[in-house]
Design a protein around this ligand. Structure first.
Ligand code: ADP
Length: 211
């Protein structure tokens, strides 16, 4: 299956996508993680794109599409859960040239929940697992449950950067919803209550995908 998980920053895309991997048996590809990997490894590309990621703006379509292609082509025969791409209608058209997708899951989350969630989000430095100090805390404070890695707060999870990311989402990314709706590929998932167990949302998504 070729699945896209779409939604605003902080809608839980990464959390749900990584949990769907076991249920569906297909790899998870996150362009946000690919971007952070380039930056962490201080590659020439990483140095070029760091300014976008830290300010909450979008990496140019051509650059992010190249980053994605390097990873996605290896997975085309297995299927994938793609998260963080496409984020513009231009990217959605690029993706069509690379492969067809079977379903696009659209996560609907109110802005107030997003701001609250991102302000308390933590991520593992080693494996990228996501936690939340309020709603999904690790067993031991500051340490990843899976590998004991150090948990950190992303630079783009500062309040001003969160506002910028929401603005960018509304202007550049929301039109992607209509693009896929008109192709009858969109499945809407309402995710308004932050206290709902992530596993329940994952079950809801898995059910919607199989329908
Ligand atoms: P979010 O939590 O905001 O959804 P991600 O982890 O998916 O963030 O992405 C982090 C940053 O990486 C984005 O703010 C952006 O700068 C860059 N990025 C990731 N995916 C894309 C994309 N498809 N197009 C442009 N920029 C991207």
């Amino acid at each position: 299956m070729k699945i896209v998980i779409f939604g605003p920053p902080g809608s839980g895309k990464g959390t749900y996508a990584s949990r769907l991997v076991n249920k569906l048996g297909v790899p998870h590809i996150s362009t946000g993680d690919l971007v952070r990997e380039e930056i962490r490894n201080k590659t020439p590309l990483g140095k070029q794109i760091e300014k976008y990621s830290s300010s909450g703006t979008l990496v140019p379509d051509a650059v992010i599409t190249d980053i994605l292609k390097k990873r996605l082509t290896a997975e085309l025969s297995k299927g994938f859960i793609l998260e963080g791409y496409p984020r513009t209608v231009g990217q959605a058209k690029e993706l069509e040239k690379i492969t067809k997708v079977d379903v696009v899951v659209n996560l609907n989350v109110p802005d107030s929940v997003i701001v609250d969630r991102l302000s308390s989000r933590l991520q593992c430095k080693t494996c990228g697992a996501i936690y939340n100090s309020k709603t999904m805390p690790p067993k031991v404070a500051g340490k990843c449950d899976k590998d004991g890695g150090e948990l950190f707060r992303r630079v783009d999870d500062q309040p001003e950067v969160i506002q910028e990311r929401l603005k960018v989402y509304q202007q550049a990314s929301e039109p992607v919803i209509d693009f896929y709706r008109s192709k009858h590929l969109l499945k809407d998932i309402r995710n308004e209550d932050p206290s709902v167990d992530p596993e329940k949302v994952v079950d809801q998504i898995a059910k919607a995908i199989k329908q």
